[in-house]
Design a protein around this ligand. Structure first.
Ligand code: NAD
Length: 487
C-alpha cells in the first residue's frame, strides 16, 4: 500500500484526487481497514487508494439496503422521482470533477469521451426520473376488475465493469431506485473512484441505506450473488463472469440481468456510400480505444470495394492520435489495465506469427510507461483466426471481404455472441432485409450506436439476458403482481 499521492502539477483537474475515497454504507461515508492502489493507465502511476471493502462491510450495506427498502418502497413514484432528479442536479454541479476522475482512472480523453459519458449519464438519470410504470387494467367488467401492477423487488446488487464505469453505474441506479428498490453497487476494482465519487454525492441526497457503494475485489461481487437478501443482480461485464453470476444467483432464484460481451459485425454492401461512412465506422470500432461491448469488432466489406475501402480507412485512421486522455490533442486513450493490455499483446503476437497482413499498426511499443496500443487494422485475415473469433476489446480491427450476401450472413452469425450489429447500403430495403437476419439484440441500418431512455438494449445468445432501458428495462426492476377485485 503506498501513501496518498500529491500532485505538484498546475492542472486544476487533478484536485479531484486530493481526497480520501470512502465507501457509502447506510448513508455514511466510511473507510475500510485495507486499501488498494488505483492506477492512471496513461503512465501507470498510482493516483489514489480505494477502500478494499470487506465481506462484513458488504453485509452491513446489504442489511442497510434491506432496512431502507421498507420505507423507500412505500414512497410514491413521484416522491422517489424527486430524489432521483435532485441527484441528477447534484451530479450536474460536479460534472467537471467526475469527468476528470473518469479520465484519470479509465484513460478515455477528457475533452470528448469522458465529458460525453458524464453528460449522457446525467441526462439519463434526469430522464429516467420522468418515466412511470402505471398499473395496467386487463379487464373491467360488471363483475370484476383485473389489474397488473409493477412492484419493487427489494435489494438489488449492481456489479459494473471498467470500460464505462460512470454510465453503466448510473444506468442501473436511476431505474432501480425510481421503481422502489434499494441498491448495493460494486464497481470494478480497476475503476472504483468514479463510483465512490458519485456515492459521495448521493450521500447528501438519498435517505440512509437507499444507495450503498462498496469497492473491493471480485470476492465481494461473488458474495453479493450468493446472498439470500439480494433479490436481483444487475450485472455488466464479461460472459465468463456472467455465467458464474447466473449459477450463484440460483440460491434464492434471483432476478438476473446480464449485459455481457460481444463480437459485433458491420456489413458494408456493394451499393453503400462507403467513403462518407468511414469516420462513423472508425469511431464505432475505435472509440474508447475499442474497449466497448458494442464496438464494431468485425468489419465485412463487399469484395468489389474492399481494397479501396481498406486504403481509405487506413488513411483516415492515420490522422488519429493515441495518447494521455488529459491532453486535448488525444483522440484515443490507453488500454485501461495491464490485464487487458497483456491480452492484446497475446492477440497481436498471434496475428503477427500467423502472418496475417497488417494494413496499419501491428506493433505495441512495450517501453512506454502507459498502456498505449496503436490503431491496428488487419486486412482480410481468415474467418477462423483469433482476431475474428475473439472479442479483442482494444484498438485492433479485422476488415474482411465477402462476395455473397448469404455467405456474409452465415459468417456474421457464426458466433456465440449476439449483442449488436449494423448494415450499410444504398438500397435501404435490401439493407433492412440483411439486418433482419442478423442474430443480435440491436441491429442498426445506415446508422450506429444510437441509444435512448425508451430503447431497450440487451444481448442475444451468450451476450446477455434481459435488457436495460426502455419500458422492458424498467419492468426488470419489478415483479408483475396481478390484483383481481370483485365488484
Ligand atoms: P469482468 O466480468 O471481469 O468484471 C465485471 C465485474 O464483475 C467487476 O466488477 C468484477 O469485480 C466483477 N466480478 C468478477 N468476478 C465476479 C464473480 N465471480 N461474481 C460476481 N462479480 C464478479 O468484466 P470486465 O473485464 O470488467 O469488463 C469487460 C467486459 O464487459 C467485456 O466482455 C465487455 O464486452 C463487457 N461489457 C458489456 C456491456 C454490455 O452492455 N453488454 C457493457 C460494457 C462491458
Amino acid at each position: 500500500m503506498s501513501s496518498q499521492p500529491k500532485f505538484a502539477s498546475a492542472d486544476p483537474r487533478l484536485a479531484v484526487l486530493d481526497r480520501q475515497f470512502r465507501l457509502l454504507i447506510d448513508g455514511k461515508m466510511v473507510s475500510s481497514s485495507q486499501t488498494f492502489d488505483v492506477f492512471n493507465p496513461a503512465n501507470n502511476a498510482v493516483i489514489a487508494q480505494a477502500p478494499d471493502g470487506t465481506v462484513d462491510q458488504v453485509e452491513q450495506a446489504i442489511q442497510a439496503a434491506k432496512r431502507a427498502f421498507k420505507s423507500w418502497s412505500r414512497l410514491s413514484a413521484d416522491e422517489r422521482a424527486d430524489y432521483v432528479t435532485r441527484y441528477a442536479n447534484a451530479l450536474e454541479a460536479r460534472k467537471e470533477e467526475l469527468a476528470a476522475l473518469l479520465t484519470l482512472e479509465q484513460g478515455k480523453p477528457f475533452h470528448s469521451m469522458a465529458t460525453g459519458e458524464v453528460d449522457a449519464s446525467i441526462y439519463w438519470v434526469r430522464e429516467v426520473a420522468k418515466r412511470r410504470l402505471e398499473p395496467e387494467v386487463i379487464e373491467d367488467t360488471d363483475e370484476h376488475v383485473v389489474e397488473v401492477h409493477h412492484t419493487p423487488l427489494g435489494v438489488v446488487g449492481a456489479i459494473t465493469p471498467w470500460n464505462f464505469p460512470v454510465l453503466l453505474g448510473l444506468w442501473k441506479i436511476a431505474p432501480c431506485l425510481l421503481t422502489g428498490n434499494t441498491m448495493v453497487l460494486k464497481p470494478s476494482p480497476y475503476t472504483p473512484l468514479t463510483s465512490l465519487f458519485f456515492g459521495e454525492i448521493a450521500a447528501d441526497i438519498f435517505p440512509a441505506g437507499v444507495l450503498n457503494i462498496v469497492s473491493g475485489g471480485n470476492d465481494i461481487g461473488q458474495y453479493m450473488t450468493t446472498h439470500n437478501d439480494i433479490a436481483k443482480i444487475s450485472f455488466t461485464g464479461s460472459t465468463a463472469t456472467g455465467q458464474k453470476v447466473m449459477q450463484s444467483g440460483a440460491c434464492n432464484l434471483k432476478r438476473i440481468t446480464l449485459e455481457l460481451g460481444g463480437n459485433d459485425a458491420a456489413v458494408v454492401l456493394p451499393d453503400a456510400e462507403w467513403r462518407s461512412i468511414i469516420p462513423t465506422l472508425f469511431d464505432a470500432a475505435f472509440g474508447n480505444s475499442g474497449q466497448w461491448c458494442i464496438a464494431v469488432k468485425r468489419l465485412y466489406v463487399h469484395s468489389s470495394i474492399h481494397s479501396e475501402f481498406v486504403k481509405a480507412f487506413v488513411e483516415y485512421a492515420q490522422s488519429k492520435r493515441v495518447g494521455d486522455g488529459m491532453d486535448s490533442s488525444t483522440d484515443l486513450g490507453p488500454i485501461q489495465n495491464k490485464m487487458q493490455y497483456n491480452k492484446l499483446l497475446s492477440l497481436f503476437k498471434d496475428t503477427r506469427e500467423k502472418g496475417y497482413k497488417f494494413a496499419l499498426g501491428g506493433e505495441i511499443d512495450e517501453s512506454q510507461a502507459g498502456n498505449f496500443v496503436p490503431v491496428t487494422i488487419v486486412d482480410n485475415p481468415p474467418e477462423d483466426s483469433r482476431i475474428v473469433k475473439e472479442e479483442p476489446f482494444g484498438p485492433i480491427l479485422p476488415i474482411l471481404s465477402f462476395d455473397d450476401v448469404e455467405d456474409v450472413i452465415q459468417r456474421v452469425n457464426d458466433t456465440s455472441f449476439g449483442l449488436a450489429g449494423s448494415v450499410w447500403g444504398g438500397d435501404r430495403q435490401k439493407a433492412i432485409d440483411v439486418a433482419k437476419r442478423i442474430e443480435a439484440g440491436t441491429v442498426w441500418v445506415n446508422e450506429i450506436h444510437i441509444h435512448g431512455i425508451d430503447i431497450p438494449f440487451g444481448g442475444h445468445k451468450m451476450s446477455g439476458m434481459g435488457v436495460e432501458n426502455g419500458h422492458e428495462g424498467l419492468c426488470e426492476f419489478t415483479n408483475s403482481k396481478t390484483y383481481m377485485f370483485r365488484k
